[in-house]
Write a protein of this length. Structure first.
Length: 236
């Protein structure tokens, strides 16, 4: 909803007293359109924001900072300040070769962060809140064979260019952009060097480079293509 400009404009015209957002974890990426649009909305209508989510918080400081900043701007400072004073010391303390001072500093920064989060973060567990009120859940797995028409549609979808793009989207792009990565990797002699190289350098995946959009039926790529089913095929 936020990603549609006309809806965002309509929301900005309302004098909100409170904004409550469900599935708040989807706003974890600072540069994603969800986060950008929410910041636009709250910058126009200064009002409290409450985020609800049933998804556990990721152990990712950049995502944590963005979620907190959307709820309480500047509570953790700028991201650069947060990274230097909180994220880096905590990460450094987890290293195998961390000295006593680094470990102690990481513990203190963790305590500081948790103390700050207590002012805005409430975590509840259904076992504690509902106790024995919830009935036990019984799950049954029933395997059903597809009908003949469903099988035809399924086989048809597997042949679509869109499906090929999807299943290969995280593979290394084969256009040549990764040639330098492969050449440098092959020069390395030891297993340790290769592991360290993979940690520091990331090859370009297909969806990041040449396969950003679905293919049309002629095999080309373009932005305006919308995947579809052949209705005549399905009907038969």
């Amino acid at each position: 909803m936020f990603r549609r400009e006309h809806i965002l404009n309509a929301l900005q015209s309302i004098n909100w007293s409170l904004i409550v957002i469900d599935e708040f974890h989807v706003f974890k990426n600072e540069k994603a359109s969800w986060s950008v649009s929410l910041r636009k909305l709250t910058s126009v209508r200064r009002c409290p924001v409450i985020g609800l989510t049933g998804t556990l918080m990721q152990n990712n400081h950049s995502e944590l900072w963005n979620l907190v900043d959307l709820i309480e701007p500047d509570l953790l400072g700028t991201f650069i300040d947060f990274k230097d004073t909180i994220a880096r010391p905590i990460k450094a303390a987890r290293a195998k070769d961390a000295d006593a001072f680094t470990v102690e500093l990481g513990k203190q920064r963790t305590l500081d962060l948790n103390e700050t989060l207590r002012s805005i973060y409430i975590q509840r567990y259904k076992e504690e809140e509902l106790g024995d009120e919830l009935p036990e859940k019984d799950e049954y797995i029933i395997l059903c064979e597809l009908s003949d028409s469903q099988k035809q549609v399924y086989k048809h979808m597997l042949k679509q260019a869109d499906f090929k793009v999807l299943i290969e989207s995280h593979s290394p792009c084969d256009c040549g952009i990764n040639n330098k990565y492969v050449e440098e990797y092959q020069r390395l002699r030891t297993k340790e060097q290769r592991i360290e190289y993979q940690r520091k350098r990331i090859f370009k995946r297909r969806f990041e480079h040449c396969y950003s959009y679905p293919k049309d039926q002629s095999g080309g790529l373009h932005e305006t293509y919308v995947p579809f089913l052949y209705l005549d095929f399905v009907a038969h």
